[in-house]
Design a protein around this ligand. Structure first.
Ligand code: PLP
Length: 431
């Protein structure tokens, strides 16, 4: 065990996840690559945790932050006007497509979801919330309540009354072999049943990830959430899209994941990539909801000048370089390459994805059961070959890849080569 790992174990909680048998210390980064303390370079196919959306040491972001630092103001107070905050809010409100949108900034995705829950429950005078099975929304009491993933939910002491819906679980026996249209119809039927039988009075909101991140990059078929919204609208139930992983063009086919469903939500929450590593999150919501009668107060650090400088520079970079189109292009190379390889690899159960958010499920070739040990082997192998991937999913057997949106086509091909080589090794060993 390295000295730093021993010190980490001594003073930090045992439940803090660390990748790899011998966890690495990242000491540098440039473009879409990082360097560890031994000088080994890696192509970062997880972009931190989808945080380094436009790669590392981006001059535009560094210079924006340095300009802010040079003013002498790291933070004053959200009680004063801040130009960069207003500018960023204007951009996000416009991009959201939400009518009369207003924006509130937080420091994380958890806080963003917590804020959305406060807004929705206050607006509707209800503690009842709908969420999706297999979801992950963060690490506060409220966010864990709406999370449906055993690995991240260790108690049921919920401050909210939550009902979980179908939508990203077509693998269940009851749905197998169904067309999209039939699956959507079955899900809508279930939603109506929940509303008719399981809830009492008002329901505040449905919160959903357009593509479930921690859950393993599993997605509802396009159109499902639009169908849900029709039902919810009948009762005034709000729709909150958690865009913490799916925002800013990552899916290639839409700027926010929910737009793939041809609908506009009442609120969206965001975080992760927006600050390209600097902590920034927030909520964008219909103005009437944001301005509702129940003020929810300020956030001391939410919307601070350094985060705002970084976030404005990052978002401008994404738009100026049309990184959504790049995500579609490079994602295609990777997803189609992996699909092609999957045909000859008995450990691959499924390849799925959209843009630069794609996943591979590993299964035991003999039984077809989820293979968490195979995923752990894959991680060690890709590390050796110089690529950082993510893993997780409901059974720890899903490989999750979400490279920076700045990934070049050459890097996509290089990464694909490493992924396929690592899969072949795992496949050989498992036969
Ligand atoms: N929502 C989603 C979809 C997430 O994936 C995450 C984190 O992984 C969160 C919310 C929580 O964000 P944070 O870790 O910034 O609090």
């Amino acid at each position: 065990m390295s000295d730093l790992l021993a010190r980490h174990r001594a003073v930090m909680p045992s439940w803090m996840a660390l990748y790899y048998n011998e966890p690495i210390e990242i000491v540098g980064g440039k473009g879409n690559r990082v360097v560890d303390a031994d000088g080994k370079s890696y192509l970062d196919f997880f972009a931190g945790i989808l945080t380094n959306m436009i790669g590392y040491d981006v001059p535009e972001v560094r210079e924006a932050v340095e300009r802010q630092l040079a003013t002498g103001v790291v933070h004053t107070s959200t009680l004063y006007l801040l130009r960069t905050q207003v500018e960023l809010a204007e951009k996000i409100a416009r991009l959201s497509g939400i009518p009369d949108a207003k924006v509130f900034f937080t420091n994380s995705g958890t806080e963003a979801n917590e804020t959305a829950l406060l807004l929705a429950t206050y607006a509707r005078g209800s503690d009842q919330v709908l969420a999706m099975r297999q979801s992950y929304h963060g690490r506060s009491f409220g966010a864990i309540s709406i999370t449906s993933n055993r690995a991240w939910k260790n108690n049921s002491l919920s401050p909210l009354n939550v009902h979980f819906l179908h939508g990203a679980d077509r693998h269940l026996t009851q749905f197998r072999g169904m067309s999209d249209a039939d699956y959507i119809a079955a899900c809508v039927d279930d939603l109506r049943h929940v509303l008719a039988t399981a809830v009492a009075g008002n329901v505040a909101a449905l919160i959903a990830e357009p593509i479930q991140g921690v859950g393993g990059f599993t997605a509802a078929p396009d159109g499902l959430f639009a169908a849900y919204k029709e039902v919810l609208d009948e009762e005034g139930i709000l729709f909150v899209s958690d865009e913490v992983q799916t925002g800013w063009g990552r899916t290639g086919s839409a700027f926010f994941g929910i737009h793939n469903h041809g609908m506009t939500p009442d609120m969206m929450t965001f975080a992760k990539g927006l600050g390209n590593g600097f902590a920034v999150g927030g909520v964008v919501a219909r103005g009437d909801l944001m301005d509702g009668p129940h003020a929810i107060g300020l956030s001391t650090f939410g919307g601070n000048p350094i985060s705002m400088a970084a976030a404005n520079a990052t978002l401008d970079y994404v738009l100026d370089h049309d990184l959504q189109a790049n995500a579609a292009r490079t994602g295609d190379i990777l997803i189609s390459g992996l699909r092609e390889a999957a045909g000859r690899l008995s450990v691959v159960g499924d390849v799925r994805g959209r843009g630069l958010m794609f996943a591979v499920d590993l299964v035991d070739p003999a039984t077809g059961a989820p293979g968490p040990a195979l995923a752990a082997r894959f991680m060690e192998e890709t590390k050796k070959l110089g690529l950082l991937a993510g893993k997780g999913g409901l059974y720890g057997s899903t490989l999750r890849m979400a490279p920076p949106l700045t990934l070049t086509e050459d890097e996509a091909r290089e990464g694909l080569g490493i992924l396929v080589t690592a899969l072949e090794t795992v496949d050989d060993e498992a036969r």
